[in-house]
Design a protein around this ligand. Structure first.
Ligand code: HGY
Ligand code: MN
Ligand code: MN
Length: 418
């Protein structure tokens, strides 16, 4: 019997130090001490559930439950890293429910015609290095070789972090990209990710679970506005080239552009740094991030273009200079149509309505779709709150999700012929 309560309790257990890098609240960065401590505990839970475990070249923890046939593995996974001041279930819940499914199969000594691999992906959020989905890209074999050597806020480089984690950086594919590519998966049957909805739809319709039809496209940028620092007391307003005021106008322009569009198009400025950052100095520099999402690539590109055009006009108007770097572009990723049907059937077999919905949030599944067919199962979360310590799920909904996942696994077995 899937133990949803234990899955939730395990996420709670991992929600505090030493499994968080911060004393209060939850932040777990990729390859940090909290990440290592969490891997040790989860590896034990995986072993108890009948799996062998390993750390791959990208630092992902992988649990493996052998199959009885020669088919490629079914990968079940989600991410172990978190945003700052995070909720406890965004990521880990999908890992814990995968472990629960294997624990049931192992307890029944049931072997499938394919092995099951549980991946605890190390970097989905991009909260330590300015690159999201780093480790699932390595597994899917789509990590660009020409990425700059990313550096975290403390100045540690990705290579340093991998090396100090004891991950020999195999013959680098390129000078600045350690052997992350060695984590590339040889080929999988399918990828299944259970994840909290991080939105209000399921709760508003009184539903516990949802079948994800696809994941929205996202483009992320870093914008740098350069003006002229000046004395707050002597610089006349008309003569200022205030970088922060210009950035503030850009932030509101981004919001206005997105609001003018359909509800599925969103734009967010989530972080801003202002320099020199003194009360009596007119800011001379401002750097901020822009995150643009939409259900289709076309809509996402059109909204991003419109916002960046507004930024350019504001920069000209305020005599500041603007430079924009693209951080990442994740195309919209539809779930596999056959797996969607299997998931509908698995949900219906549990006597539940098969509610299909799009994911506005990004997930490793959008990367794994380069490797194999993907499916996602959404779990209701209270008021749709996420990326927030108030994130909350019920044990009952998690038990239901685990039961549906097991049914999905069995249907996948039948689909491919035992
Ligand atoms: O940004 C996202 O959508 C995901 O939480 N990383
Ligand atoms: Mn997530
Ligand atoms: Mn997240």
């Amino acid at each position: 019997m899937v133990n949803g309560k234990r899955a939730v309790e395990r996420c709670d257990f991992l929600g505090i130090a030493p499994y968080s890098d911060t004393e209060d609240g939850l932040y777990r960065g990729y390859l940090t001490p909290a990440y290592a401590a969490s891997q040790r505990v989860i590896a034990r839970w995986m072993t108890e559930a009948g799996m062998t475990t390993r750390i791959d070249a990208a630092g992902n923890l992988v649990g493996r439950y052998e199959g009885a046939g020669s088919r490629p593995a079914l990968i079940i996974g989600s991410h172990l890293d978190s945003v700052r001041d995070a909720g406890r279930y965004d990521g880990p819940l999908g890992i814990m429910l995968g472990i629960e499914c294997v624990a049931v199969l192992s307890a029944m000594q049931e072997r499938l015609s394919f092995p099951i691999e549980i991946y605890a992906f190390g970097d989905e959020e991009g909260s330590r290095f300015p690159l999201a989905m780093l480790t699932s890209r390595a597994v899917a074999g789509v990590l660009e070789c020409d990425i700059e050597e990313p550096v975290d806020s403390a100045g540690a480089s990705l290579s340093d972090a991998l090396a100090s984690y004891g991950l020999e950086t195999q013959a680098p594919v390129a000078a600045d990209v350690p052997g992350l590519q060695a984590a590339r998966h040889p080929g999988a049957l399918a990828y299944l990710e259970a994840h909290i909805e991080q939105g209000p739809v399921l709760e508003s319709e009184g539903l516990a679970l949802g079948n994800v039809t696809g994941i929205a496209a996202q483009r992320r940028f870093s914008a740098f506005v350069s003006g002229r620092a000046g004395h707050a007391g002597t610089t006349a307003m008309m003569l200022r080239r205030d970088a922060f005021a210009a950035a503030a106008a850009m932030v509101l322009a981004a919001e206005e552009c997105a609001r003018a569009e359909d509800a599925d198009r969103v734009a967010t400025v989530g972080s801003i740094i202002v320099g020199p950052g003194a009360a009596n100095v007119v800011p001379g520099a401002a750097r901020f991030t822009l995150d643009v999402r939409a259900a289709t690539d076309e809509a996402c590109a059109a909204l991003a273009d419109a916002i960046l055009a507004k930024f350019g006009a504001i920069a000209a108007e305020r005599s500041v200079t603007l430079s924009v770097d693209a951080l990442h572009h994740l195309p919209a990723s539809p779930s596999d149509s056959r797996l969607l049907e299997l998931m509908d059937a698995a949900i219906a077999d549990e006597g539940l309505p098969a509610r299909r919905l799009v994911s506005g949030a990004g997930h490793d599944a959008m990367i794994l779709s380069a490797l194999c067919p993907t499916a996602m199962l959404f779990i209701r979360c209270r008021e749709g709150i996420s990326h927030n310590p108030a994130e909350s799920v019920t044990a009952e909904d998690c038990t239901l999700a685990g039961r549906v996942m097991l049914r999905f696994i069995k249907l996948l077995e039948d689909f491919h012929g035992a």
